[in-house]
Design a protein around this ligand. Structure first.
Ligand SMILES: C[S@@+](CC[C@H](N)C(=O)[O-])C[C@H]1O[C@@H](n2cnc3c(N)ncnc32)[C@H](O)[C@@H]1O
Length: 276
């Protein structure tokens, strides 16, 4: 069973210890705020990777809804890394208003959105029928053969790799997804991965899939556009990232209450690399 604990958490219930599984939903939600990362990461037979789950969900909850963060909170990072003059691909776009923010507030002019759920894609096509900068296509991120290689300047993923990692055959599916993202990116294009997954749970997967050059940023898990006066780390400053990710704990402390933003650059000539 999978649950989204709150508007900004995507977690796999089966991985929780039994003392949490046996609690009522309310008690669980309180306890989950303190749950160790290792229980929030992977599981084997979950539905978040399945179209029927998302079709049901979008039929019952038409939204709009943004997982983790909204466009305005991430805008400084998007502006920093996402080139304005190339087509941008948003994978697993759902019914989020993020892409609308990219067009209306960020001035991006060609934002292609894909999702495995035809329900949400049809709804978004209707919603944005008068916005030529936004395109919506039903497509599986693991097979984007309708797109030519080297097509996009950036690929943005907010919560989609996380969903796939909750599904069955998670490692295989995640690898297919990452290889497809690499293929459709132009050389020097960036894959912006917004996730709850800390480096010990994401770095190896990213490195094993393709030869990304990886930078890391973090943003606090705050509701809507709220801003903390004392953020744990400045958003636009990369967090020092060594090979095993231990430098991140040194910089931020243990279990910081943040979302991680991996900036993975496709550099055809480079070997898998991390930079601070
Ligand atoms: C956690 S939601 C994130 C939605 C949106 N990106 C946001 O930030 O609000 C994950 C999204 O990934 C989509 N998804 C799951 N598996 C997919 C796949 N294999 N290909 C494309 N989209 C997928 C789901 O339909 C869902 O919309």
């Amino acid at each position: 069973m999978l649950i989204s604990v709150s508007s900004s958490h995507l977690v796999c219930f089966n991985n929780f210890p039994s003392k949490i599984r046996n609690k009522t939903k309310k008690e669980r939600n309180l306890r989950l705020q303190h749950i160790p990362q290792k229980f929030v990461m992977t599981t084997s037979t979950q539905a978040y990777g399945e179209p029927w789950y998302w079709d049901n969900r979008y039929t019952n909850e038409p939204g709009p809804f943004d997982w983790y963060q909204k466009y305005l909170t991430l805008a400084p990072i998007i502006t920093l890394y996402v080139p304005p003059h190339h087509p941008i691909l948003v994978v697993g776009s759902g019914n989020s208003a993020f892409s609308e923010g990219m067009v209306v507030d960020g001035g991006y002019t060609d934002v292609v959105n894909i999702d495995i759920s035809s329900v949400v894609i049809e709804a978004m096509k209707t919603k944005y029928r008068d916005c030529p900068q936004l395109k919506y296509l039903t497509m599986d991120v693991r097979d984007m053969s309708d797109f030519q290689s080297d097509s996009f300047g950036a690929v943005i993923d907010k919560g989609t790799l996380d969903s796939i990692l909750c599904g069955s055959n998670s490692k295989q599916n995640a690898t297919k997804m990452l290889e497809e993202i690499w293929r459709v990116l132009k050389d020097k294009g960036v894959y912006v991965l917004v996730t709850y997954g800390a480096p010990p749970y994401r770095l190896r997967l990213l490195r094993d899939s393709c030869s990304w050059t990886i930078k890391l940023h973090v943003i606090e898990k705050l509701a809507s556009e709220e801003k903390s006066d004392h953020p744990v780390w400045e958003l636009t400053k990369p967090v020092p990232l060594n090979n095993d990710g231990s430098s991140v704990e040194e910089a931020l402390g243990r279990n910081p209450d943040v979302h991680y933003i991996y900036i993975c650059t496709k550099e055809i000539s480079a070997n898998s690399n991390v930079t601070a």
